[in-house]
Design a protein around this ligand. Structure first.
Ligand SMILES: [Zn+2]
Length: 251
C-alpha cells in the first residue's frame, strides 16, 4: 500500500474527527550500539529519525508534544496530528533529534529521570544496556525554552508496581518537584518507567496532579481513553518510513 492510500486526503479535515491519534515512542537517537546490546532496537539512527520526521511533515502531519496534543486528544481541535515522545532524557536526543524537530517545526515531549539529569542511564547498567549520557540541566532548559515539553519519569527509573506504594509515591512526586525546581515551570506529563503500572500506581500519578501519563501499551489514543493510561506506538531501529506511517494510521 502506498503512503497516499494509507493516509487519504489531508484536506478533508472533518474526516479526522474522532479518529484515533498516534503517539510515537522513541528512546535514543544515535548510532546503533553493536550487537548483541540489550534493547538495541530502541535506538533509532539520526538519519532514520530525520527521514521519518520529514516524511510526516510532507504528508501533512503536525508532530506535537503531549501538552500541545491535549486539545486534539480530548478537546475541540481536529487535524492530522501525531504525538512525539522520548523516554529517559538522553543527551543524544538533544544532539540529533532537537535540530530535526526545529527544522520541521514539530514539538515533542521528553520524559526525564530526575535523579540522572546530567548523569547517565545507570538504571539499566546491570542488564547490559551500553552507557549513554542524559541531558544536563542547561540542555534540558534549552529543550524547554524552544517550546518542547519536559515530562517526569520518576527519580530513579523504578518498576513502580513492584515497590511499596509509599516508595512509588515519593518517586513520582519528587521527580515532578525537582524538575519544576530546575525548570521554573509546571510539569504535567508523566511516563511510567518500563510501562510498569497497576491501578494503585495510576492513582498515585493522578494524586500527584499529572494531567497525562503515557504507557508502553500499543495502540492509538481514542477520545474516551483514560488520559493517565495513554497508549503509544514504539518506533524501532528497524522501522522503515512506510512502517512508521503504518503505525500512525492503523492499530
Ligand atoms: Zn524509561
Amino acid at each position: 500500500m502506498s503512503a497516499a492510500e494509507l493516509i487519504g486526503d489531508p484536506k478533508i479535515d472533518k474526516s479526522r474527527m474522532g479518529m484515533p491519534i498516534p503517539i510515537l515512542m522513541y528512546h535514543q537517537i544515535d548510532v546503533l550500539p553493536p550487537r548483541p546490546a540489550a534493547y538495541r532496537y530502541l535506538t533509532v539512527s539520526p538519519k532514520s529519525f530525520a527521514r521519518q520526521m520529514t516524511w510526516l511533515k510532507r504528508l501533512g502531519f503536525q508532530g506535537l508534544s503531549i501538552r500541545d496534543l491535549m486539545p486534539y486528544l480530548f478537546g475541540s481541535k481536529t487535524g492530522r496530528v501525531v504525538g512525539i515522545t522520548f523516554d529517559d532524557g538522553y543527551r543524544n536526543v538533544y544532539e540529533h533529534a532537537l535540530p530535526v524537530l526545529q527544522s520541521v517545526g514539530f514539538t515533542a515531549t521528553n520524559y526525564f529521570v530526575s535523579g540522572q539529569v546530567g548523569g547517565y542511564n545507570a538504571w539499566d547498567e546491570h542488564i547490559g544496556i551500553p552507557y549513554s549520557s542524559c541531558m544536563t540541566k542547561t540542555e534540558m532548559r534549552e529543550w524547554a525554552s524552544l517550546g518542547h515539553e519536559i515530562g517526569a519519569h520518576t527519580v530513579d527509573h523504578l518498576w513502580l508496581a513492584q515497590v511499596d506504594p509509599p516508595i512509588a509515591r515519593r518517586q513520582i512526586n519528587e521527580s515532578r518537584d525537582s524538575l519544576v525546581d530546575m525548570l521554573g515551570q509546571a510539569v504535567t506529563s508523566f511516563s511510567y518507567p518500563y510501562g510498569d503500572l497497576s491501578p494503585v500506581v495510576r492513582d498515585l500519578v493522578s494524586e500527584a496532579g499529572f494531567s497525562t501519563a503515557v504507557t508502553t501499551r500499543r495502540g492509538r489514543v481514542r477520545a474516551h481513553d483514560d488520559r493517565l493510561l495513554l497508549p503509544r506506538r514504539i518506533i524501532r531501529a528497524s522501522d522503515s518510513s512506510l512502517g512508521l506511517l503504518r503505525k500512525c494510521v492503523t492499530g
